[in-house]
Design a binder for this molecule. Structure first.
Ligand SMILES: [Zn+2]
Length: 114
């Protein structure tokens, strides 16, 4: 049906409008972790007893090819980082849905072939 193609094309347009600002996206996660400074005599890092410093925020970003980068994030940047992570996750969701629609579109166009 011609209708189905038109419908799918419309929903694809709507999905595209849901794409967020891509300039800030970050693929990864924000972890909270205790760290050891390894300074001699540090009372927080005494072997077996000290629980280390923190918790500090670690941004873990996967760059593909099994490459993962981890950097500490100061608390004043937490909100911004979280927004970037959310933007990436949201973008991924929308991309997957667009891909689904495109799959349906090809299916439908195959069906309509004379
Ligand atoms: Zn320490």
């Amino acid at each position: 049906m011609e209708d189905t193609v038109a419908q799918l094309t419309t929903s694809r347009k709507q999905l595209l409008q849901q794409m967020t600002d891509l300039s800030t996206v970050l693929p990864g996660s924000l972890l909270s972790r205790m760290v050891r400074c390894n300074k001699a005599g540090c009372r927080f890092c005494v072997k077996g007893r000290g629980k280390g410093h923190g918790p500090i925020l670690i941004l873990s970003v996967s760059l593909g090819n099994r490459q993962v980068r981890q950097i500490p994030i100061p608390s004043e940047l937490k909100k911004e980082v979280e927004e970037s992570l959310r933007a990436f996750a949201q973008m991924q969701k929308v991309l997957k849905r667009i891909a689904q629609v495109n799959l349906e579109l090809f299916r439908e166009r195959k069906r309509q072939r004379p």
